[in-house]
Every structure is written in structure tokens, then in C-alpha cells.
Design a protein around this ligand. Sequence first.
Ligand code: PLP
Length: 392
Amino acid sequence: MLPTLASGSKQDSPLALDYQATTPCAQEVVEAMSAYWSEHWGNASSRQHRSGLTAAAAVSLAREQLASYMRITPEQVIFTSGATEANNLALLGHARAKAEQRGAPGHLITVATEHHAVLDPLRQLQKEGFRLTELQPCADGILAPEQLAEAFENDTLLVSVMVANNEIGVIQPLKELSELCRNQGVVLHSDAAQAFGHKHLDLDALGIKLMSLSGHKLYGPKGIGALVVNPEVPIKPLQWGGGQERGLRPGTIPVPLIVGFAKAAELAFKDLTSRQEKLSQLRNQLWDGLKERLPDLILNGSLEHRLPHNLNFTVPGVRGSSLHRQLRPLIACSSGSACSQGEPSHVLMALGRTSSEAEASLRLSLGRDTSAKDINQAVESIGNVVINLRAR
Ligand SMILES: Cc1ncc(COP(=O)(O)O)c(C=O)c1O
């Protein structure tokens, strides 16, 4: 049986500041999807009757719309179940295709602060005979282009560097990194799960050849994402079937989720600039307020090159487990990625934090409805909890 929701729980719920783990589905998105669950329930691959054609038309419109936000052609959008699948398809698919072409595996480059959905497929490729370099970023979480320049080897096949980090929000200098890749004739893949809908991404200008997207980080539905594939880039599929998505991701396509994904992107891009300004003001208010009460907090990652809705800091002198336990009824936040399975954050440790410092860290991520009042409440709650813990 499905668990029931406790009545009245909303009133007592902690302040939501974990919008990088996921976001609620926007009401407009739920409404846009609605007809495609019941009324227009056709299979988008059924081209011989109206219901299939209606579904196919909705998918085609959604694909065009999504492509327009990245200034690419619709054919470059391959729908997947999310960014995890898109990363797997990009990394395993391209590395294996290149290995087949040249008759041997080769060298791959990434950054130690990537999400596990990038690191783990690359480590899988290591087991298949590829060599992997995991670069340590600078202390502010940014990968310096010189570091990448020095890492290329004669047989480097693929570089993967995310747009924006899911824990510390830092934005990588992709334009510079992609220029280096282009000079070496190497494909650059970028995981944009945390950036799409939060930042303008012009793929050609950035020089990204493969890019992974997720629907549920921008107020869209869970279970949908996409891999953007430049037509020049060879990819081997990971599964075989009915040939959907240019044979790269066969399987009946989830029409309502695709419609919802496109609607979520439309909403996200509509007021992106003004929303970013508001969020960065609120985030700065949060950081200034916290530092005033707790001057020894350590910021994790560059403040300048950062998503406007992210803050991540270490609280010296407290145990991580106590900090999180005391905050749990007050603020819904995290110490790292929702996918880290309770391990201390590999991202923070790559920045030089010890495992106990990483545990005593907070990732706070703001949502569209976060208000100045919420920020004051967060400053108050975190300030009180830390001061009490230190007085014990
Ligand atoms: C940077 C990054 N990559 C990949 C993922 C996985 O995305 P999805 O849930 O769509 O598979 C996430 C989600 O936490 C993420 O933040």
C-alpha cells in the first residue's frame, strides 16, 4: 500500500532550502501534461491514426521548444529518463564508439567534483580498459584551463566537465575549456542538470558537443531528461529496441513527461534574468546574515562564479551529525548531493575539507518562492542551532 500523507503536515514542515535536490512540479506544468495522461494517450510512434499523430505532434513541438533555448536543432535532442541516463549514454556511448573506430580504448578526463552520474560511468569505462584522469579543481572549486591543457594525452577521447556543480554551485569556465578540447580534436561533454533553466546556455558559443539535462531541477516532472548530441559526434546506444530517438534511446517515449519538460523550460526561461537577480540578492542576504552571526563559517566554492540560488559552507567546531539532527525540524537542507548515500561529500573533500568538516557542512538551495522572510528565518535557525551546539 502507498504511504498516506499526514494531514496538517504542511503547517509543521521545515523551511524548504533543498531545491537543488529537486523541485516541485509547477502548476502550469501539471496542467500542460494533464491531457496527455488521459485524453491524448496515443503512442507517439503510431503514425497510422490520429491519437498517435497528436502525441507525435506534441513531442515534436516540445523538442523544438527545448532546442530553441539552447540554439540547437530539434534533432539534437534525445529524450532520456533524466540526466543520469543522459550522462551514461554520452560517456559510455561516445567512448565505446571511439574505441571501436580506433580499435583500442583510450584516455578520458574529468574533474573530481563531478556528480556520481558522471564519475561512475567513467569508472565503469576504466574497468573496460580506458584510462581516466580525475583532475582536482582549484580551492574555489573551479577547474583552471591550464590544468586541462596539461592533462591531454595523445589518445584522449573525451572530456567531461559539468556546467554548474550540484553541491557548491560553482560554474566552470566552459568556453575556455571547450576551446582547448577543440584544438585537441576531443569531444567535450557537460552535465547541465543543475544549470539548464537556471542559466542561458548557447551550445555553439560554449562549444559543448554533448550535454545532459534533467526535468526535475527546473520545476518539471521527475523521470524525464535529455542528451543533446551534436550530429558530428559518434555514439553507440546502450540499449536496442524499436529505434525511437534516432536509435540512441529506444523505448516508447513518455509523451506527458516530455510535454511537461518543455513547459517547465518555457517557464524557467521566461523570467530567468530577473529571477537570477532576485535569487542572488537573497542568497547574499543569507550569507551576509550568517557571517554576521557566525563569523568563522567557511564558504565552499567561489562566490563569484556560482549559481545564484546556491550556498554551501562548513561550520567549524560542531559535529555534522548533531548539526543536521538539530536543524532537521527547522530547515530541509542537505550536507551534499541527494545521491551521495550518506558518505561525506567527495566534492567538499576535493576542495580540501576533512571528512568531519565535510559532514559539518550545509548546502542551502533557494527556490522560486523563497522570500526575504524565509532567509531571515534560516539565519535565525542556523545561528541558534550552531551557538547552542557550541555552548554544550
Ligand atoms: C549534476 C547532476 N547530474 C546528474 C543528476 C541526476 O539527474 P537525474 O535525477 O535527472 O537522473 C543530478 C541530480 O541530482 C545532478 O545534480
